[in-house]
Design a protein around this ligand. Structure first.
Ligand SMILES: NC(=O)C1=CN([C@@H]2O[C@H](COP(=O)(O)OP(=O)(O)OC[C@H]3O[C@@H](n4cnc5c(N)ncnc54)[C@H](O)[C@@H]3O)[C@@H](O)[C@H]2O)C=CC1
Ligand SMILES: O=C(CO)COP(=O)(O)O
Length: 358
């Protein structure tokens, strides 16, 4: 008993927000069906919070088996244990799944450095990336994890609105992985008839699409808030916005799997997020109420995080450094709107001048 249980691989989930909790539920259910290979108990790092009623979030998750703050109304399987101490949650894990807002990744990795298993590997579900302050080079979350922790890191992105995944409504996702053994483990842990996976080697392009769609889905929200017609919205989201996403990816890497943009991480996530994502909803509210995004995030999202504004800022910084802002007017204007430097309608006025038409 002791030796077979020692051989079982352990899983840790770093993050317990809306998506973190939903994917933990999904994997928690899946490992229970696998009988063997994996420890059924999954440790989920939960940044401790005191809720309005004075209780600790980890205690609520572990006693009530529900994350009442970030994923209400979804029973969390009893094999998911919320752990407030990051090091304890991760130190024995063989597979570490990162799912926190991207702005916290560097700190979390710094804290984990020297305290993980040497042969562990990571999977990032985080949508967003950085531009290095000094070099102005693109830096991916998978690279930060890989370089700080010295372990390989795969990525998984797609049209995966967490509340729908939590209800087991069909979706698919795209996995970026260059190691067949890791791909097989990811398939075992996540692939089900209602959550289908496809695998590609393009780890960084998949991440990049996940980050960029948060910018375009904000534009979808601005456009709807401004009450544009459907033709304009289609042009903004699926033509000009999608073209900017693809062109931006090609700045980083000209050659990737040819149909990667048509996978769940590309066009499907763009559509799902532009119809119902938080960035879309926040942006629409901003136009309708004229409140700031920071205020809307606080008022309407109860601790959940809009990743679009910070990604737009990083992208703006990169394009500015490369003298390419004019080639990406939608990305440029999203940042300027988020910073209240231009009014939202200005991006519509600029559409007819988009470089696609020159
Ligand atoms: N919610 C969704 O439908 C989906 C989200 N994603 C991506 O997953 C990632 C995580 O998103 P969610 O789980 O939705 O989180 P969320 O938006 O619910 O964010 C809140 C989380 O951030 C944590 N947090 C706050 N301050 C922190 C700090 N200083 N250090 C570390 N963590 C801190 C909170 O404890 C909480 O767990 C994001 O990159 C998001 O774009 C991807 C697919 C779907
Ligand atoms: O990434 C998502 C769905 O795939 C969710 O996007 P939001 O963060 O805008 O809700």
């Amino acid at each position: 008993m002791a030796s077979s249980s020692l051989a079982k691989k352990k899983i840790a989930v770093v993050g317990s927000g809306n998506w973190g909790s939903a994917i933990a539920c999904h994997i928690g259910d899946k490992v229970r069906q696998l009988n063997g290979q994996y420890h059924e108990q999954i440790l989920m790092w939960c940044k401790e919070e005191i809720l309005d009623d004075g209780r600790k979030l980890t205690e609520v998750i572990n006693q009530q088996h529900e994350n009442i703050k970030y994923l209400p109304d979804r029973k969390i399987p009893e094999n998911i244990i919320a752990i407030p101490d990051l090091d304890i949650a991760v130190k024995d894990a063989d597979i570490i799944i990162f799912v926190i807002p991207h702005q916290y990744v560097k700190n979390v990795c710094e804290q984990l450095k020297n305290n993980i298993k040497k042969d562990a590997f990571a999977l990032t579900l985080i949508k967003g990336f950085y531009v290095d302050e000094q070099t102005k080079e693109l830096t991916f979350v998978s690279q930060i994890i890989k370089n700080t922790l010295n372990i390989p890191c795969a990525s998984m992105m797609g049209a995966n609105i967490a509340n729908e995944v939590a209800k087991k409504i069909f979706c698919e996702a795209t996995v970026g992985c260059r190691d067949d053994k890791h791909s097989e483990i990811i398939r075992q842990l996540i692939d089900t008839p209602v959550f289908r996976l496809r695998f590609f080697p393009d780890i960084e392009i998949i991440e990049m699409l996940g980050g960029l769609k948060n910018i375009v889905s904000m534009l979808a929200g601005f456009a709807e808030g401004l009450d544009t017609g459907f033709n304009t919205r289609a042009a903004v989201i699926l033509r000009l916005g999608f073209v900017e996403m693809i062109n931006f990816c090609r700045l980083y890497k000209k050659e990737s799997t040819p149909d990667i943009y048509l996978q769940s991480c590309g066009i499907a996530d763009l559509i799902a997020s532009s119809l119902g994502g938080r960035n879309y909803r926040g942006a629409k509210t901003m136009v309708q109420t004229k409140d700031s995004l920071a205020y809307i995030e606080k008022k309407d999202f109860n601790g959940q995080s809009l990743q679009g504004p910070s990604t737009a800022k990083e992208v703006y910084r990169y394009l500015h450094a490369q003298n390419l802002l004019d080639r990406f007017p939608l990305f440029r204007d999203t940042h300027l709107i988020c910073e209240s430097i231009i009014k939202p309608h200005v991006f519509l006025d600029n559409l007819g001048n988009h470089p696609e038409f020159h």
